[in-house]
Every structure is written in C-alpha cells, then in structure tokens.
Design a protein around this ligand. Structure first.
Ligand code: FBP
Length: 549
C-alpha cells in the first residue's frame, strides 16, 4: 500500500498517556452511584450492574500478575477519528498484562458479533493502523445489539474464541446497548465482561465523568479549517453568503465549537431555538436581519453555521417529527408500499390538523426527507435534510419581500455547504491520538480488574497528558428513561449544548459583534508536528468548560 509522507511519519508517533498507564496500577473505588434519574426503574432493569462505584486507577508499587485474556472489540456507529488508537491501546494494554493475551476484532460493527465475522488483530495489523483515521481496520456498522437472541448468538462465538471480555466502541445508543449486554451476560453467568468506550464526533456523549467523546476534537478542527478557508474566500470576493451545515446529529456542539474557532457572522444553536420557542420564520427573520444590516455597511457577504439537527429543535417541527416517528414506527411497511407520488397526501391525511398544516407548508424535498428511513435507533437521519438550502432559499425570499417594502437595499447571493463526512475519518489530532490510546489502555485495565458494565474514562484532559486521570464509570450512572420507537427505554442521556454553560455563554457574548464586524479567524490545518501550543490544544469547548469549573 502506498503511503503519504505524513502517514509514514505519523505511524511512528507515540501517544502521550497518563502516568498511571505507564506504571503498575491499583484501583481506587468511589461510593455507590445512582442513575441520573428514574432510579427505581433503572435499578430494576439492571440488578447486576446498577449502583457500582466510579473507579480511578492510581500508581502502585506492586505490579499485579494477570492470566492471559482473550478480548473482542467492536466499532459501532459513525466513524470518528482515533478509533484505531483505541484498538491499539486495548492491544498494548492486554499484552502488557500478559503477552499471551489475544485481541479479536468483529467485522463491520455489532453485526460481526452476531454473524460470527471476525479477525485476530495481531501486532503487524495493529502497527499498520496506529495514529491513522478511519475505522477500516475492522469496519463499523449500525446494527443494533439489543435482542436476547443476538446476545446468545454472540455468546456462541465468544465462547468458541475463549473471549472473556468485549469492548464496544460507540456513541450513547451503542454504549446503552453495551450495558444491556453486560447486564445480560452477568445475569446468565456467561463469564464475559463488557466495557464501553465513548466515541462520536457529535460530542453529545459527555457528562461529569466523561469530558468528551473521542473524534470531536479532530472533526471540529477539520471543519474549522475549511470554514476558515471559506471565510477568507468570502472576505476576498465579498459577494457571497455561505450557508454551512455541520454534522452533529441533534446536539449543536460541533457548530458551537466551530463558531468559537472561526468567529462567523452567524451560528444558529438548535438548543437556543428550542428554549426560545422560535419558529422557522423567526430564524429566517434573524438571519435576514443580519444580512440587511451588513448590507447597510456595504458588506454583502457573510457566513452562517447551521447545526444539522436544527429542524428537530424548532418546537413546531419537533411535534411534527414525533408524530411522524410514531406513525412510521407502526406503519412502516404500509407506508413503503404507497406510490412515491402519493406519499405526501397519505401522510397529510393521517396527521393531526396542526401537524398536517406545517407538513403541507414544507418544500417537497424537505417533506420527503422527513419521512425517509429512520436509523436503526429510530432517529430521523438529520444529515439527509438539506436545511442549508432551505434557509438560504427562505432568506432570499424574505429579503425580496423586504426589498419590495423598501426595508432592504443590497445584493444577496448564496453558496451552500455541508461538512460532515469530510471530518469523520481524518488523521486524529494529537489530542485524539493521545486520548483514544489512553481510553483503549484504560479499557484493558478495567478488563484486568474484572469489571463489567463500565465505560472507559479519561479526565482532566486540558492538563498535560501525564496528569490525565484514567478509570471507569458505571454506564447505568449515565442513564435515564426515554421514549424510543414508541416505548419507554433506559438510555444514556444525550448531552445537548447547555445554554447556561460557559462555551455557549462565551459565544453569546461575542455574537453581536461577530455578526456585523468581520472578525473571522482562520485556524488552518491540524498540525501534528511542532510546538505544543499549535499541536496539542484541546477544543475551545473543553478549554472554556475546564477553566470555569
Ligand atoms: P454516531 O452518533 O454513530 O457517532 O454518528 C455520528 C454521525 O456522523 C452524525 O453526526 C450523523 O448525523 C450520522 O453519523 C450520519 O450517519 P451515517 O454515517 O449513517 O450517514
């Protein structure tokens, strides 16, 4: 395989790790824990894995002896930079415990476990993928691991390979399922531990104990680089408004982080739209208002960042989506059999009066996108909804009305962009390379300590890596009950942007000035070699959060 010069140089990079991972460790256990809410319901569903303590690794004088262990690993859901380093960390961690330990990777996500598709990950394979982006070492998939029959099918291959621990690298839904699996295997005495790892570029798997999900850092840096490039182009030509949609599913963490990095003219934060009960019209008025004000200064150009989940956060749209979700969960097959041209009318006839009115008012393409297949977890596939086009078009129409009314004088031309897939497999930044390797090594430590139902956790990551704190958090601690696919289910609570949190407050305090002045920042590409202040900085979100703790 031909490699770029950077790939070759990067493969020799040695991730920085917490000092506890470089030495013999012992375990410090905290107090029993509770789920964030719905304690009785969650305790009843997880009798074997509820209430366990938070664990922290500490340096020890005595190196424990470990028997060889066979471990399985699964990459679940969307790609995120650094996944290969998690696997390298697990591999090095279990070999460090006992060189006879072995690591097996299940192919293409949870489906690999269910369908018994796997490879043994040997030293040669691991070395080939160190510090690289992507999940291609074993592939990823969105199959759900949540049925007893699938758990039993998985157990057959785990037993055959003598695997006594499984690491599931995934987002909130996959880690929820990891916990359900841990509970099931504990309940039937299967002798298989299950450990989760926090992955997702979306940044929405975080809480008191999990500072960030891996991949968020690199993905935001890639998007900020290209948004910065667009802003330079925009400020050079001075003739376009760029509407830029950013991946991130429901939460606006990516859009907010990019805004903090590039200082755009406008960034919409979905969580704020919801809190202020704004309508699509309000959002259009807000954007068009800034376009008009900048035009008064002769600036007929600018940038608008749009989180991909925006549509779901406009309260009236959310009600519509919820009704569509419930309907499609019950009548999916019937709906699919209806002729494409008749689907819109079919839906309108079945919705409540208010939702039918909103659905009718949507442009054809957006209405269709709202009824497309849900992902396996029942979520609308927001990355398929072209909000950037919708907003650019509606702003154009609003400005035309204002021109007729004599309220706006200016020129409006727009360009639309969607950045998502461009960042998910980028070569991990130093932060993600270090963080991921540490998460993997920590997962191995949790296996060595005999734990199950835990998520690997590495904290204090704005400090130098040697001071990072490694340990494990019981997954049940992060759970609450939510309605999914029309039923109440225990799930890890998704972390949305907090409007009283320091990163949003920082943005809110600057946005009026960024709207009218052209204060663009051009972050440039991720740097892997060079001074630490250029190469090792965590996200602005994390820095601001940690400073204000
Ligand atoms: P995960 O939550 O699985 O990490 O996925 C992240 C994500 O990139 C979202 O931002 C995006 O909405 C979605 O995946 C796109 O899904 P797909 O890869 O199936 O197109």
């Amino acid at each position: 395989m031909t490699k770029s010069a950077l790939q070759v140089a990067r493969s020799a990079y040695i991730p920085k790790v917490p000092k506890t991972l470089k030495s013999a460790v012992c375990i410090k256990e905290g107090n029993p824990t509770q789920s964030i809410s719905d304690q009785d319901a969650i305790r009843a569903l997880f009798p074997n894995t509820y209430g366990m303590p938070v664990i922290q690794f500490e340096v020890s004088e005595i190196k424990s002896r470990y028997a060889p262990v066979n471990v399985g690993v699964i990459l679940s859901g969307g790609q995120a930079p650094g996944g290969h380093n998690v696997i390298a960390g697990i591999f090095d961690g279990i070999k460090d415990m006992n060189p006879a330990s072995r690591l097996y990777g299940f192919i293409l996500g949870p489906g690999g476990l269910i369908n018994h598709k796997y490879i043994e990950l040997t030293q040669d394979i691991i070395d080939e993928y160190r510090n690289t982006g992507g999940f291609d070492i074993i592939g990823s998939g969105r199959d759900k691991l949540e049925k007893k029959a699938d758990f039993d099918k998985g157990l057959e291959i785990l037993k055959k390979l003598n695997i006594s621990a499984l690491v599931i690298i995934g987002g909130d839904d996959s880690n929820t399922n990891a916990c359900v699996l841990a509970e099931y295997y504990a309940a039937i005495g299967a002798g298989v531990q299950v450990i989760g790892c926090p992955k997702t570029i979306d940044g929405d798997l975080k809480n008191e104990m999990i500072e960030t999900s891996f991949g968020f850092d690199t993905a935001c840096k890639v998007y900020s680089e290209v948004i910065g490039n667009i802003q330079r182009d925009c400020n050079s030509a001075r003739k376009y408004w760029h509407f830029i949609k950013l991946m991130g599913r429901s939460a606006s963490h990516i859009a907010l982080e990019c805004a903090l990095q590039v200082q755009p003219n406008i960034c919409i934060i979905s969580e704020e739209v919801e809190m202020k009960n704004q309508s699509l019209d309000d959002i259009i008025d807000y954007i068009a208002g800034i376009v008009a004000k900048r035009a008064e200064n002769g600036d007929n150009f600018g940038t608008v960042l749009i989180p991909e989940g925006l549509i779901e956060f406009i309260p009236a749209m959310r009600k519509l989506i919820n009704e569509l979700n419930e309907y499609l969960a019950r009548h999916e097959d019937e709906f699919k059999r209806i002729k494409r041209s008749a689907q819109r009318e079919h839906i309108i006839d079945r919705l409540s009066i208010e939702n039918a009115r909103i659905y009718k008012s949507l442009p054809e393409a957006v209405a269709r996108q709202l009824t497309m297949d849900r992902d396996p977890h029942g979520n609308v596939q927001v990355s398929l909804i072209e909000t950037e086009k919708l907003l650019a078009e509606m702003v154009r129409n609003r400005l035309a009305e204002w021109t007729d009314q004599g309220k706006y004088v200016g020129k409006f031309a727009s360009q639309v962009h969607f950045f998502g897939y461009e960042g998910r497999c980028a070569a991990p930044s130093n932060y993600d390379a270090d963080y991921c390797y540490s998460l993997g090594f920590t997962a191995a430590g949790l296996i060595g300590a005999g734990k199950t139902g835990y998520m690997s956790s590495v904290r204090n990551t704005t400090a130098p890596a040697s001071e990072w704190i490694a340990g494990g958090v019981p997954i049940t601690m992060m759970m609450n009950m939510e309605r999914r696919h029309g039923q109440m289910k225990p799930v890890i609570q998704k972390a949305l942007v907090k409007l009283d949190g320091a990163p949003f407050k920082e943005y809110a305090s600057k946005r009026d000035s960024w709207a009218l002045n052209t204060d663009y920042v051009y972050p440039g590409p991720i740097q892997y070699f060079g001074p630490t202040e250029v190469c090792d900085q965590p996200t602005k979100t994390l820095q601001i959060e940690q400073q204000t703790k």
